[in-house]
Write a protein that binds this ligand. Structure first.
Ligand code: 4NP
Length: 160
């Protein structure tokens, strides 16, 4: 069976989505499913393409034992066809992806990350870029919650 392909999307691909990528990677590794689930992340904007994640995000991750080593890239229209499940962090991300898919062929694959959280009630993952250190810690809290739910959803689909 081909691997399940999962894409996390935010604006810059240097804070939220690389954190999601790193947290999910650890969960999938612990579940022994790295060969069955392929994880990537991308940004709707290309400003930071080719760069490492924001040092504040990497530091917050390192404090909890994560290695957020993703190199940023901009999302492409082909990604919408390629991936099986695409998780956006906020409403603007979703609108920006829809602009890449005017016929809305891939709408059903695009879901809000926060739909999968069970311990947090936010609708969107707040952008930590212009805030203080606590915003980066909060992003990881949300990622640990939502990624657990996403893993359950993928395991359910893989079992079908
Ligand atoms: P991200 O955060 O979308 O979580 O990666 C941001 C990164 C960069 C900028 C905004 C948000 N920026 O304006 O450069």
């Amino acid at each position: 069976m081909p691997p399940f392909k999962l894409l996390f999307v935010c604006l810059g691909n240097i804070c939220r989505s690389p954190a999601a990528d790193g947290v999910m990677n650890r969960l999938v590794k612990e579940a022994g499913l790295l060969d069955q689930i392929h994880i990537d992340s991308a940004g709707t904007a290309g400003w930071h393409a080719g760069k490492h994640a924001d040092p504040r995000m990497r530091k917050a991750g390192a404090e909890r034992g994560y290695d957020f080593s993703h190199i940023a890239r901009q999302v492409r229209a082909e990604d919408l066809a390629h991936y099986d499940l695409i998780l956006v962090m906020d409403d603007q991300n979703r609108r920006d992806l829809s602009a890449l898919d005017p016929q809305r062929l891939h709408d059903a694959k695009i879901r809000h990350f926060c739909e999968f959280c069970t311990r947090h009630s936010e609708r969107e993952v707040p952008d930590p870029y212009y805030g203080g250190d606590s915003g980066f810690q909060h992003v990881i809290d949300l990622m640990e919650d939502g990624c657990a739910g996403i893993l359950l959803e993928i395991q359910r689909r893989l079992a079908q």
